[in-house]
Design a protein around this ligand. Structure first.
Ligand SMILES: NC(=O)c1ccc[n+]([C@@H]2O[C@H](COP(=O)([O-])OP(=O)(O)OC[C@H]3O[C@@H](n4cnc5c(N)ncnc54)[C@H](O)[C@@H]3O)[C@@H](O)[C@H]2O)c1
Ligand SMILES: O=C/C=C/C=C(\O)C(=O)O
Length: 498
């Protein structure tokens, strides 16, 4: 499956070439070979997509019955489910993510659509207040209009649908700008949405680079909102560029999430969770537990067990069912992760890496790596590496570990392992992160808010929280009786009459 057909933009219900006719190469991270050419959208294409979305929103989407709108959303979910065996290998081919993991992610993408259809049916609700018997005041939620969605390459299909589903289900028209390193499944989604029969122009995909296609979407005055997932620095640039047109923004950004293991934790389960949390998705996971804090009494024992397990992780071809860790997405990213391993040595950490199998010598592989005896001030403990690399530190007391865990600019997730209930809650509540798990890996409940604090994000997606972002809340005040109205300008008239 090395070669795939070339990819076009999807605008106004048609697959089209980019206005300037340019394309870029899409590379297989396993072999380094070109998979296909991708239409390179620019400002003109964004303008075309926005015009199409505006017309579709006004004439075909905003006004249709909610039940009819949701029928499309359920249909998209059904079609994704039917195509899992086609989409998952394409995602693995394009990103290097192991097939066993992309299969789950594609199933989750279908669930994203089903979930938001159900949420709109049951939870897109307003409030009503009766004020002193004089007024009925109530709120309704209307779609905002044209939603610009900008997404990363690290779990592309799932993360795209995590935004598209609530945006469409609440009645917005959408322009998706997928990451340039992982365009294939976004194109597949366009095909599926086309097949579901969504009115032309309601959903559009413009491939291209962030600095051109992405920036034009952010700057467009008729796009009311930008939902962005990606790096923190890109997020602040988007906020700057969106300021002129006063964009509503949702930001899901980077992380450097701590996992804290106390001496009373269930060691085997903590170990399983820690390994999965940093090495699944090739370590390219925003909520990865990339900073491990071990209590000093269990440090040696835990590190020994980690080394043993890390050496046995199956690194290989992402299309092989047995593979647990595949190649990183792109040569540039590979070089960046490699650079951090060099930095670790310079900073005085001990580097432990498993050996790479022969078949992996040419791809963008980083073997699962531990950076041991690290200190919290080191760059390897503060910066997001975004690869299969775990920074390991030691702590003595609860207070000390809370302080260290919080001494970081990110605040996305956190994981606490202890069998002491009070301590579990106490530490979780003290951590400055948006999402905490006690005695668990990252297990998701889609009804719960998803997002980070500090430099990991702004706002929350998930559950009904997404409605605050994807809808405009309108309030209607209705007078129920002849309540008093101030009588301006009447005093003079009265005097004249007298
Ligand atoms: N918090 C979360 O939910 C979450 C989830 C997944 C990934 N992430 C983060 O994403 C990052 C990895 O993804 P990435 O490397 O693709 O991120 P990135 O910021 O490089 O790119 C993300 C998207 O933004 C676009 N872009 C780049 N510059 C732009 C600009 N000036 N204007 C508009 N768009 C622009 C890119 O083309 C891409 O589509 C990591 O930091 C990771 O932690 C966060
Ligand atoms: O790499 C980032 C993973 C993000 C996950 C979600 O957005 C989710 O599980 O809803």
């Amino acid at each position: 499956m090395e070669k795939q057909k070339d990819i076009q933009l999807y605008i106004n219900g048609e697959f089209v070439n980019a206005a300037e006719g340019k394309t870029f190469e899409n590379v297989n991270p396993f072999s380094g070979k070109t998979i296909n050419l991708v239409a390179e959208g620019t400002k003109e294409d964004i303008d075309r997509a926005v015009s199409a979305a505006k017309r579709a929103f006004k004439e075909e989407w905003a006004g249709i019955k909610v039940s009819e709108r949701l029928r499309y959303i359920y249909k998209i979910a059904e079609l994704i489910d039917e195509h899992i065996d086609e989409i998952a290998p394409l995602e693995s081919l394009d990103t290097g993510l192991p097939i066993s993991q992309t299969k789950n992610m594609v199933a989750r993408a279908a669930e994203n659509f089903r979930f938001y259809a159900r949420m709109v049916e049951t939870r897109l609700i307003g409030e009503a207040y009766q004020a002193d018997g004089d007024f009925l005041n109530y709120t309704i939620h209307k779609p905002v209009g044209i939603a610009g969605l900008i997404t990363p390459w690290n779990a592309p299909f799932m993360l795209e649908t995590w935004k598209i589903a609530p945006a469409l289900a609440t009645g917005n028209a959408v322009i998706l700008k997928p990451a340039e390193w992982s365009p294939i499944t976004a194109n597949k989604l366009a095909e599926i949405i086309h097949k579901a029969g969504l009115p032309n122009g309601v959903f559009n995909v413009v491939h291209g680079y962030g600095e051109t296609a992405g920036a034009s979407l952010v700057a467009h005055p008729d796009v009311q909102l930008i939902s962005f997932t990606g790096e923190t620095t890109t997020g602040s640039e988007i906020m700057r560029n969106g300021a002129a047109s006063l964009k509503r923004v949702s930001m899901e950004l980077g992380g450097k999430s701590p996992i804290i293991v106390f001496e009373d934790a269930e060691m085997e389960r903590a170990l399983d969770a820690c390994i999965w949390g940093i090495f699944s998705f090739n370590g390219e996971r925003c909520t990865a537990n990339s900073r491990l804090f071990l209590h000093e009494n269990i440090y040696d024992q835990f590190v020994e067990a980690l080394k043993k397990r890390v050496s046995q992780i199956v690194v290989g071809n992402p299309l092989d069912k047995k593979t647990e860790v595949g190649p990183l997405i792109h040569l540039k990213h590979y070089e960046n992760v490699k650079r951090y391993i060099k930095i670790a040595k310079e900073e005085g950490a001990e580097v432990f890496s498993a050996a790479l199998p022969d078949e992996c010598k040419d791809g963008h592989y980083i073997s699962p790596t531990l950076l041991l005896s690290a200190r919290n001030h080191m760059r390897i403990a503060q910066e997001e590496i975004f690869g299969p690399v775990l920074t390991v530190m030691k702590f003595k007391t609860e207070e000390e570990v809370i302080e260290k865990a919080n001494d970081c600019r990110y605040g996305l997730a956190g994981y606490v392992w202890t069998n002491n209930i009070q301590r579990g809650h106490r530490v979780a509540q003290a951590l400055e992160s948006g999402m905490l798990w006690i005695n668990s890996q990252n297990v998701r409940d889609l009804r719960i808010p998803f997002g980070g604090s500090k430099q990991s994000g702004i706002g929350r997606e998930g559950g009904h929280y997404a409605f605050e972002f994807y809808t405009e809340t309108q309030v209607i005040h209705l007078a129920l009786n002849q309540h008093p109205i101030p009588q301006f300008g009447k005093a003079g008239m009265k005097e004249k009459e007298e």
